[in-house]
Design a protein around this ligand. Structure first.
Ligand code: FEO
Length: 175
């Protein structure tokens, strides 16, 4: 059983994760339009991961006798100034999500809600990984710089992350 305040806070988090899923889907579509296949594939996978993040909270709320609410999602931007700007936005959004998760952790301590605290552990790890991935991509983008073939190299780098994610998924399936 969770408090009404915790239920409302977790429902807010559902909204944030759902928005991230739609924002990343919109980014995938834009990247695809620019011919950036690696980036499109990367953002599509991120979008589907965010949907999974949303659903985990959704199931958790109902499991602890709360009421998970399907959120209204505001329209995400349809276009982005550049791939660099788009990737910076992803990183900023992930930092915002991390802060929101930390706020819920604070509430867990205030309410002595150790069940939700335990549930959130997975999100803390996930956010650390996601922020690290985005920082690593942004570092590569800085190294590539502004040369004429910049887009080609950025897309190639993102394809490497796709290959890593595919290898990890295959290893998990074998385990
Ligand atoms: Fe679920 Fe990447 O925030």
């Amino acid at each position: 059983m969770i408090s009404k305040k915790m239920e409302a806070t977790l429902n807010k988090q559902i909204e944030l994760e759902a928005y991230a899923s739609f924002l990343y889907l919109s980014m995938a579509s834009w990247a695809d339009q620019q011919g950036l296949e690696g980036a499109a594939k990367f953002m599509l996978r991120q979008s589907s991961e965010e949907r999974d993040h949303m659903l985990r909270i959704f199931h958790y709320i109902n499991e602890v006798d709360g009421h998970a609410i399907t959120p209204a999602i505001k329209q995400p931007p349809k276009t982005f100034k550049s791939i660099n700007v788009m990737l910076e936005e992803v990183y900023k959004h992930e930092q915002k999500v991390t802060k929101a998760i930390h706020k819920i952790v604070e509430l867990c301590y205030k309410e002595d809600d150790y069940t939700t605290l335990n549930f959130l552990q997975w999100y803390i790890d996930e956010q650390r990984e996601e922020e690290a991935t985005m920082r690593s991509i942004l570092d590569k983008v800085k190294l590539i710089g502004e040369g004429g073939q910049k887009l080609y190299y950025i897309d190639m780098e993102m394809e490497k992350f796709n290959a890593m994610a595919a290898a990890e998924a295959a290893a998990e399936a074998d385990a």
